[in-house]
Design a binder for this molecule. Structure first.
Ligand code: AMP
Length: 423
């Protein structure tokens, strides 16, 4: 029987790891320069963290959660970051000062979706969350941050679409209007949207099916239904984005799949991706803490998918090539040479220098040089019985093809000097 990884859950190997780490480091730098602090939450959470908070009627909670059931408890593998974040904020009272605080996370997410290009069952998200700041400037900051992340990686092929989904004051009236509009079309909506009609009619606007989209085209728009506070907030949000020189479009059909959003919602989509073209997205979720039974406090955030970002970077041929290779390959010809070179190899490693050594003491010169070439070492150090006798070892520059003699007594110091590090 061949044992394979779970469908939609990938191994990351070789060159890919190098590329991921490079991209991850760049993203972390942007977060730091915007003043965001990392937070890590566990992979497993209690079911209640998501059900009843994120919204039972969302696809994520309704259909896509992986559950781990023990005798006494049902846990889920984290399907999204914000609810876990909120649980941690409340548990550690990170919101209690009432002062704005900025956090970011980089964590694997698990959703039981149908895998395809850019859609996995285990995927990785960077997320940002800004709490205790109700201002439209905070919403715009999140968009600038996401924009800066893509720009810093050399990606500018995306559209930023924004909307306001209103608040608890104006949304119920709008929902009623939407229901009145969709009621006569109900039988022509897809099965999913027929369910949405009762529980979350705004999500019909988000449906990708052609039939539903066609009907939704004539639906009343939230833009005309916002209360004065939401409208003022939205207008200021747009002014901030203009000031920040972020190009955006208004799209009243953006409702986000999750129910805890209020006011600003946004999505970044890219033509560099296939059918799954959402690069990242987020919005304001002032209502989420109340769903945990706490006094509401403002919060805004986003999530960006790493796998999709890597697809976009590959499409643009913007991924780095692996550049780091060993500085030294120590080639011991025989047992005696090995006894000398083994401690030297450890010494160099402890000095932070990448140095390889062959543990096979029986090999000849040709084989050893082949290994040095295979690992792409800059220098090979050759040492055999003859060299031990004369007290002179041979250092070969594998790139230039030149070689020089180095006295064994000062070998360690000489090798360190080659790396521009004084012994
Ligand atoms: P969401 O949490 O659904 O708002 O998703 C935020 C971002 O995560 C999306 O814009 C995608 O880049 C990424 N994403 C969401 N679902 C998946 C998935 N199943 N596989 C890979 N990336 C995903």
């Amino acid at each position: 029987m061949e044992i394979r990884s779970v469908r939609g859950m990938n191994d990351l190997l070789g060159e890919e790891i190098h590329q991921w780490v490079h991209v991850e480091n760049k993203i972390r730098k942007v977060f730091e320069s915007f003043g965001y602090q990392e937070i890590r939450t566990p992979v497993l959470e209690k079911l209640e963290v998501f059900s009843g908070t994120v919204g039972d009627e969302t696809d994520i909670v309704e259909k896509q959660m992986y559950q781990v059931i023990t005798d006494s408890e049902t846990y889920v593998l984290r399907p999204e970051g914000t609810a876990s974040f909120m649980r941690a904020v409340l548990e550690h009272k990170l919101h209690i000062t009432g002062q704005p605080a900025r956090f970011y996370y980089y964590l694997p997410m698990f959703r039981h979706e149908r895998p395809q290009k850019g859609r996995l069952r285990q995927f990785h998200q960077f997320g940002a969350e800004l709490i205790n700041d109700p201002s439209p400037e905070a919403d715009a900051e999140l968009i600038c941050l996401l924009d800066q992340i893509y720009q810093s990686l050399g990606i500018s092929e995306y559209r930023v679409r924004i909307n306001s989904v209103g608040c608890l004051q104006c949304r119920p009236t709008y929902k009623d209007k939407l229901k009145d509009f969709f009621q006569p079309h109900l039988t022509n909506l897809c099965e999913q949207c027929q369910k949405r009609f009762h529980r979350s009619p705004m999500r019909i606007l988000d449906c990708k099916r052609e039939g539903c989209r066609e009907i939704a085209k004539a639906a009343p728009l939230i833009t005309h239904a916002l209360c004065i506070e939401c409208k003022t907030h939205h207008d200021r949000f747009k002014t901030c984005l203009t000031q920040a020189k972020v190009t955006f479009e208004e799209d009243p059909y953006i409702v986000r799949g999750l129910d805890y959003y209020s006011r600003s919602a946004f999505e970044f989509t890219s033509q560099l991706l296939g059918a799954q073209d959402a690069l990242g997205g987020g919005g304001r979720y002032d209502g989420l803490s109340a769903r945990f039974g706490e006094t509401p406090f403002p919060a805004v955030g986003f999530g960006l998918g790493m796998e999709r970002l890597m697809i976009a970077l590959a499409e643009k041929q913007n991924l780095p090539k692996a550049t780091s290779t060993p500085t030294f390959f120590l080639a011991p010809l025989g047992e005696k040479a090995f006894e000398f070179l083994y401690p030297l190899s450890l010494h160099l490693k402890r000095q932070g220098i990448w140095c390889e050594i062959s543990y096979d003491k029986s090999k000849g010169l040709k084989w050893l040089l082949k290994q040095a070439n295979r690992v792409n070492a800059h220098y090979s150090l050759l040492l055999g019985d003859e060299e031990l006798k004369t007290g002179i070892s041979i250092l070969k520059d594998m790139k230039l093809g030149t070689q020089e003699n180095i006295p064994i007594v000062s070998l360690s110091a000489e090798l360190l000097r080659r790396t521009h590090r004084e012994p």
